[in-house]
Write a protein that binds this ligand. Structure first.
Ligand SMILES: Cc1ncc(COP(=O)(O)O)c(C=O)c1O
Length: 383
């Protein structure tokens, strides 16, 4: 099994950080890339003019590798919301159709469609949170609901951010295809840990940020656009999204036709080579360990936690078959005890309160000691 990688991070011994799903610590190598990048920007005259372009392509390749995509199909964006807004501009939801979202999914894959629905004449259908935690069955039932308006799109997370429920993407994608509906996947909590293969799954759009599971900075995210949607208009109009616009030529705008592939959807000011390189280093580290080895380690840690917590007070531990292997969201029959996460943090134990649950999300720097520490502090604070 992959051993703990704590030595590659700057985590003091008394810190029990189990909150990667909110934001992960940066590995030392990623921090170093950031410092090097800042120093480069401090002396721009020393910078090779080709450098920023090399970093874009390295980062694009690193992102593509995590989801088995062709780098040509990846755009460099700033956030999941940016990717969803791009998709919102590329597809037309026909009047009278419906868009599926998950109950209390993160706002980024939801709000774009809510904002557009009324003027465009389509409805948003929210898949209710399943009592038994089985999101896949709930989504399949909504896709196939008899008598429902035609389905245009499901805009959903691959793993629910608050309860940690994992969706069976293959079954959902197949059911959507049978209805002629599109799939937009917010894979924030999946990429890097779960097996993700866009060539097999064939979503229409998929996006993920770097600041959580793939160990990078804020402000960097990636958008996969299926080739069938690549001829649309980007969110922002940039010179490098066009075939020939260059400050070094006259006429400046020699050819304003869009470039081929998903590069036309790259955000403006993508030359932020400091955070771009940090993102590349984090994703390359993830690929180096491999998603299967990471998943095995994190599944072992969350399993230990579930075993240790299952019989404490009114705690509800989700069914391991229905949750993501790397996230354990604890429910409470009588409600989340007031101030519990703050009291845990006062003991230097860090987890997140999410919609009435406590979300525990270990990463490669965690070990069995963190699990024991969490369980014993939790037991003391809740007894
Ligand atoms: C499921 C999910 N999607 C997206 C995000 C972040 O979205 P954005 O990059 O638009 O800020 C989060 C952050 O918590 C999330 O949990």
């Amino acid at each position: 099994m992959l051993p703990s990688q704590r030595a590659l991070f700057d985590i003091p011994a008394d810190i029990c950080y189990l909150n990667a799903a909110s934001f992960s610590p940066l590995p030392l190598a990623v921090q170093e890339a950031g410092r090097t990048g800042v120093a480069r920007k401090g002396r721009p005259w020393e910078l090779d003019p080709a450098f920023a372009g090399q970093i874009h392509e390295r980062t694009r390749r690193a992102a593509a590798a995590l989801i088995n995509a062709d780098p040509q199909d990846i755009a460099l964006v700033s956030s999941v919301a940016y990717g969803v807004a791009t998709a919102g501009k590329l597809v037309t939801i026909p009047r009278g159709h419906r868009v599926l979202v998950l109950h209390e999914d993160h706002s980024s894959p939801v709000l774009e469609w809510m904002t557009r629905g009324q003027a465009a004449g389509f409805t948003i259908e929210t898949v209710p949170q399943p009592e038994d935690g089985d999101w896949t069955t709930a989504v399949l039932a909504a896709i196939e609901r008899p008598g429902a308006p035609p389905l245009a799109l499901a805009s959903i997370s691959s793993i629910h951010w608050s309860d940690g429920g994992a969706l069976d993407l293959d079954r959902i994608a197949t059911a959507l295809r049978a209805q002629g509906a599109l799939l937009l996947l917010d894979a924030t909590h999946g990429v890097g840990v779960m097996h993700m293969d866009v060539r097999k799954l064939d979503p229409d759009f998929l996006m993920f940020p770097t600041y959580k599971w793939v160990l990078g900075p804020y402000g960097r995210a990636f958008l996969y656009v299926a080739k069938r949607h690549q001829d649309g208009i980007p969110l922002e109009q940039t010179g490098y999204g066009r075939r020939s616009i260059s400050a070094e030529q006259t006429p400046y705008m020699k050819d304003t036709a869009y470039t081929a592939g998903a590069r036309r959807f790259d955000m403006a000011e993508r030359d932020h080579f400091i955070s771009m390189e940090m993102a590349a280093v984090g994703m390359e580290m993830m690929a180096g360990w491999g998603h299967a080895a990471i998943r095995e380690r994190l599944a072992m840690l969350t399993h230990r936690l579930a075993e240790a917590l299952g019989n404490i007070g009114d705690v509800r531990v989700p069914d391991p078959k229905l949750r993501a292997p790397h996230i354990l969201s604890l429910g409470f029959r009588r409600g989340l005890p007031e101030g519990l996460t703050d009291r845990l943090a006062a003991e230097r134990v860090y987890v997140a309160p999410r919609l009435g649950r406590i979300r525990i999300s270990p990463h490669v720097y965690n070990d069995e000691n963190d699990i024991e520490r969490f369980a014993s502090v939790f037991r003391r604070l809740t007894s």
